[in-house]
Design a protein around this ligand. Structure first.
Ligand code: PRX
Length: 697
């Protein structure tokens, strides 16, 4: 239950100015709207539906579903009978009905400072229509799956929206994934077309994307599956120097001086990518676009037609193809974007995530564009060419709403306040975080240093599966508690269950579940509905199980405690790894911490902690004792770490997530690591094995 009144103690409030024009200006309004969303969903969502274009309207209930495996197959249907097109809604509607054609849709900021482009809504619509015709010319039809493996460039948005326009299903694979992972995803979704680019730079490092894509396609062929076409964008190469050059005319980018910048790049000694070319499969993006028409009637899709597949890791090691459908996802991402960032027409919004993850799908592409927002699309890294880059970009584009991950905040915290203070950041109004629990220390730094105590921090909890935010503050309405994702979004009913599946009331800790669907949640695991039911609905019939642990405090605030598989049971007490990590990170010597369980003959599990120290701090026995004491003090004797290992680097995925599964193996000295293809840097693992705590060997 959401309390009638917001608490007054231990909370942070939004500045008064923000409240004046906010969509949800107070806790009371939030509570009223929440009650309406749960008691009268048809009325609540009916108001949202009116903002969009429907070729045919729906009849009957807004949402129809079965959430209980014991009563039959799990299904979720939203606005059955309606037909629409999401691309039409995010582009044509903005250009033609809302007269936003000249408005900037994206400021593109490249890896190198000074590489930039802009694209308006009208230009984006033209590009998308042309590329939609290109897809058709390559034989892509409604329902076909298309793999997209591209860097953070505007053409990535063009490709995904072009798929949506013709009713094809995009499956975007993060451009940091290996050939093996790309192959696995192409095979699972049986994609007949791959869209990629020649290559890109991540900081100083050249990524030969086409080379990796080719490797993936060969692996597919080895498994008797061939894609029909591979469309390649020339992002870095122009004709000279690229072996694809003889096949195709010079790259035409929207930015006239892009070619000059590429020349500079070569002069600076940055090599161009290697571009293997197979004329039987490969086609050049630019050649195809040159001949394509700008007129493309959208395909009118059923509400429950698939929109995209996005792979997320599963506990079995085989990735799950999370599938989202058209209407519910459109409404949900549009509304969450508008209310959670309190989007206003003059805003410049920047989400630093990659479009290859759900955050980029929902909150770089679909949600912001549905609102006619102007976004920054950033290709580079927060630390390149220096650790001020984020704040430089904030000032350059006068960013008002900024959304990033706790891992980025902790990384930048290590360098102190000076790189932040070099820039004004006075345009900022709302800050957001996503992806993992944010430790209160990082929250405070984000709030105090980045936001100058002026900007509310929205800690948004959600998942690839949920499609959009499910637990989150609304910036002008919800008093914030550092580290808490606060309350449910509209239409979402959370509950906390114990191991026996009993619902806990009041302050409690256990499994976070949801009692009913919301429009934007996933519909199935692509090609494997059984796995969908087993993973999310079997453990506690009647509920969607998030896999996360959660605590509700005396004020009704929700605190995500980490994945349940990251929960530890020490002498019969349930402990959250995130909680211990937060306690460790609060020590001034520690930059980052990761805690895993190690089997223990008496206690069940013991705590094995990996800590990365701040620059210039050295590890010794005295520090180890202090860290143990710190955790003891913050949580209790039961949480006293058994082992602490100095870890100059932690095994992370390319998106920055710590791979705790690998750490558990290191802690237990088990060399069989399973699939580690998603690791950003595998040398870290060997180092950690070498430096294991002696006592734990
Ligand atoms: O454990 C939760 C954590 O990230 C998981 C979902 O990961 P993914 O599907 O990759 O999507 C990430 C972007 C939405 C969740 O099960 N998580 C995400 N946001 C938060 C979070 N944990 C705590 N607080 C958050 N705000």
């Amino acid at each position: 239950m959401i309390p009638d009144k917001a608490p007054k103690e231990d909370v942070f409030h939004a500045a008064g100015g923000l409240r004046k024009d906010a969509h949800v200006p107070s806790f009371e309004t939030y509570k009223e709207l929440y009650t309406k969303s749960v008691d009268s969903p048809d009325e609540f969502w009916g108001d949202v539906v009116k903002d969009f274009f429907w070729k045919t309207k729906h009849a009957g209930r807004f949402l129809d579903y079965n959430f209980d495996v014991t009563k039959g197959e799990i299904f979720i249907k939203c606005m059955e009978g309606a037909t629409t097109n999401i691309c039409y809604n995010v582009l044509d509607r903005n250009v033609h009905e809302r007269k936003l054609g000249e408005k900037i849709a994206f400021y593109w900021e490249g890896n190198e400072p000074g590489d930039d482009l802009t694209i308006t809504y009208k230009e984006l619509l033209h590009q998308v229509c042309k590329f939609a015709n290109v897809l058709k010319s390559q034989g892509v039809k409604k329902g076909d799956r298309v793999s997209i493996y591209m860097p953070m460039v505007i053409e990535l948005v063009v490709a995904m929206l072009a798929c949506a326009r013709i009713g094809a299903v995009h499956s975007i694979v993060f451009a940091g994934y290996s050939a093996e992972s790309l192959c696995e995803r192409i095979l699972d979704s049986q994609c007949t077309l791959l869209i990629t680019a020649d290559g890109f730079y991540r900081g100083d490092k050249l990524i030969n994307l086409k080379l990796i894509a080719d490797d993936a396609l060969q692996k597919c062929r080895d498994k008797s599956f061939s894609v029909l076409r591979c469309i390649m964008l020339k992002h870095l190469c122009k004709d000279e120097g690229a072996s694809a050059g003889s096949q195709s005319p010079p790259a035409k980018r929207s930015c006239p001086d892009m070619q000059e910048k590429q020349k500079d790049r070569v002069k600076k000694g940055h090599p161009l990518p290697k571009v293997p070319w197979n004329p039987e499969v490969d086609v050049c993006w630019h050649t195809l676009m040159d001949g394509a028409s700008e007129d493309c009637e959208p395909e009118w899709c059923e509400s429950e037609d698939p929109l995209f597949i996005l792979y997320t890791s599963g506990s079995t090691g085989k990735p799950k193809g999370v599938m989202h459908t058209v209407s519910g996802y459109m409404l949900y991402t549009a509304l969450t974007f508008k209310l959670v960032f309190d989007y206003q027409p003059g805003d410049v919004y920047w989400c630093t995530a990659d479009i290859g993850w759900i955050t980029g799908h929902s909150y770089i592409t679909y949600g912001p564009l549905a609102n006619g927002a102007t976004c920054v699309l950033f290709e580079g890294l927060p630390t390149y060419p220096d650790v001020s880059r984020m704040w430089e970009i904030v000032d350059k584009y006068h960013v008002t709403k900024f959304y990033t991950a706790p891992t980025a905040i902790r990384l930048l915290m290590k360098y102190g306040t000076e790189p932040v203070h070099k820039y004004k950041r006075d345009s900022l109004k709302v800050l957001g975080t996503v992806g993992e629990p944010i430790n209160p220390e990082a929250w405070q730094w984000y709030y105090n240093v980045v936001g100058d105590k002026r900007c509310p921090v929205v800690d948004t909890f959600w998942q690839t599966e949920t499609g959009g935010h499910v637990l989150t503050p609304l910036p002008a309405a919800t008093p914030m508690k550092p580290g808490s994702a606060t309350f449910p979004f509209f239409g979402v009913i959370p509950a906390i269950l114990n191991e026996s599946g009993e619902e806990l009331e009041g302050p409690s800790e256990g499994y976070l579940v949801f009692k009913q669907p919301w429009p934007g949640m996933m519909r199935t695991v692509y090609g494997n509905h059984d796995r969908f039911e087993t993973t999310y609905f079997k453990k506690f019939p009647g509920f969607y199980v998030t896999g996360d642990g959660c605590r509700r405090d005396k004020d009704g605030y929700y605190w995500i405690t980490g994945r349940i598989d990251d929960m530890l049971n020490v002498s019969g007490h349930l402990l959250s790894t995130a909680e211990v990590e937060s306690a460790l990170v609060e020590h001034e010597a520690v930059a980052e911490a990761a805690v895993v369980g190690r089997p223990h003959p008496v206690k069940g599990e013991s705590l094995y902690c990996f800590v990365t120290l701040n620059d210039g701090v050295s590890y010794n026995k005295a520090l180890e004792a202090q860290l143990k004491q710190q955790v003891r003090e913050k949580i209790g004797a039961i949480a006293t770490p058994d082992y602490i290992q100095n870890a100059p680097g932690l095994p992370k995925t390319r998106s920055g997530k710590i791979m705790r599964r690998v750490l558990r193996k290191i802690a237990s000295n088990e060399r069989d690591l399973g699939d580690i293809s998603t690791l950003a840097d595998s040398s870290v693992v060997e180092q950690l094995f070498e430096n294991r705590c002696c006592a734990a060997v």
